[in-house]
Design a protein around this ligand. Structure first.
Ligand SMILES: *Cc1c(COP(=O)(O)O)cnc(C)c1O
Length: 393
């Protein structure tokens, strides 16, 4: 049994491409070409060179000595916070923009919620000199002014989504409408392991550099490629997919997925998709999502904008359903406390998303010689105002 995608685009019962007929040619073009193009030596050489010289890879695997001493186990941190733009998201946008160029696309569109994926997309469009249009809910534009400013500086046009709740799902609808209307010259960059096949697999492959490096770095530091545990936070699931990728079928590696419980799993203000979700279709893929009994998507909540998503990617839905991964949900308060704790203990101010992953250390017991890898998906600069308000700094 494999936990990776099959030829039809499914992870177990999850995945597929549930899309309107008008989008079919665009998605088919991508499905036909993505494996062929990304396997070309010139593609791989250009991707690797940009990851090295532009993103700053390989990111270090840091042995956290003080943290390890406190928890009586060996804790390594994969330092995605050191990537250019401050998180793992750019690994994926670099890969997709190289693919877009090879497909002859001249115009890039994306949707963004908190703005992090919008910034990562605007960054690679500037790098390649391509037109960039980012759809963003009008409410999010008000809430995320610094990221809107960043996108503008990078030359992107930020178009407000004015319908519905004026947040991420409305921005997604606008982006899909744009793509339907511009099928020939436009490429749609999706920011996580979500959306219709082949997006989840494609994004997981671009992010899989994370676990490839973990294997090489652990071999050097510990004389073995596999850790005992790999831990990552899950919004849509891309940093987690990258951290798990080369361990998916290695069942001696325990996979821990951390979701945002917001104010508490049963509070009605949460984004704990595995605990609360039911099978449904969101953004063109069959997966677990939070919904009402009549199938309306529930508004998610988390203090961290990057985990505030009502579904998870199909890979993660399958990891949950099969029991391959253990899912743990962490509240706002637990994550915020870890933001402060990691800062004081290791001199690392984490993104609030990443802080959720560390809170697992208080929920599980590890053995003294266990090797535990936590994916530090991003740095906390973008969250400084939230930290200031929360802790009255
Ligand atoms: C966007 C983001 C996430 C959540 O997205 P995934 O696709 O689940 O990885 C997690 N951490 C950081 C720092 C982010 O910016």
């Amino acid at each position: 049994m494999s936990y990776n995608v099959n030829e039809k685009g499914y992870y177990g019962e999850f995945g597929g491409a549930y899309i309107p007929e008008m989008l079919y040619p665009n998605v088919e073009e991508l499905r036909h070409n993505y494996l062929k193009i990304t396997a070309e030596p010139e593609f791989q050489a250009e991707f690797d060179a940009l990851l090295k010289d532009y993103v700053g890879r390989p990111t270090p695997l840091y042995f956290a000595e003080r943290l390890s001493a406190q928890y009586q186990t060996k804790i390594y941190l994969k330092r995605e916070d050191l990537c250019h733009t401050g998180a793992h998201k750019v690994n994926n946008t670099i890969g997709q923009i190289l693919l877009a160029k090879r497909l002859g696309k001249k115009r890039i569109i994306a949707e963004t919620g908190a703005g992090q994926h919008g910034v990562a997309t605007a960054t690679v469009c500037a790098l390649m000199g391509l037109e960039c249009i980012v759809y963003m809910g009008e409410v999010d534009i008000q809430r995320q002014a610094p990221n809107v400013a960043r996108m503008k500086m990078l030359g992107a046009e930020v178009r407000p989504a004015l319908s519905g709740s004026k947040t991420l799902k409305d921005a997604t609808n606008e982006a899909i409408r744009d793509w339907i209307n511009n099928p020939v010259d436009t490429y749609y960059i999706i920011g996580s392991v979500v959306g219709p096949h082949p997006y989840p697999d494609m994004v997981a492959r671009f992010q899989s550099v994370i676990s490839k490096e973990i294997q090489e770095q652990l071999l050097e530091k510990e004389g073995q490629k596999n850790p005992d545990y790999v831990i990552a936070c899950v919004g849509g699931g891309s940093n987690a997919a990258g951290a798990y990728y080369h361990f998916l079928d290695q069942t001696d590696v325990n996979i821990i997925a951390v979701e945002a419980a917001g104010l508490g799993v049963d509070s009605g203000e949460s984004a704990a998709t595995s605990a609360l979700g039911k099978v449904g279709v969101i953004h063109g893929s069959k997966t677990l999502l939070m919904q009402t009994t009549d199938g309306q998507i529930t508004e998610p909540y988390s203090i961290s904008a990057g985990l505030d998503y009502p579904g998870v990617g199909p890979m993660h839905a399958n990891l949950y359903a099969t029991g391959r991964a253990q899912f743990i949900s962490i509240t706002d308060a637990e994550a915020m406390d870890w933001g402060l704790k990691l800062s004081k203990l290791e001199g690392l101010i984490p993104a609030i998303e990443s802080a959720h992953a560390f809170a697992v250390l208080d929920k599980m017991k590890f053995k003294k010689d266990d090797i535990v890898v936590i994916n530090l998906s991003g740095r906390g600069d973008k969250d400084l105002n939230t930290y200031i308000d929360y802790f009255k700094l």
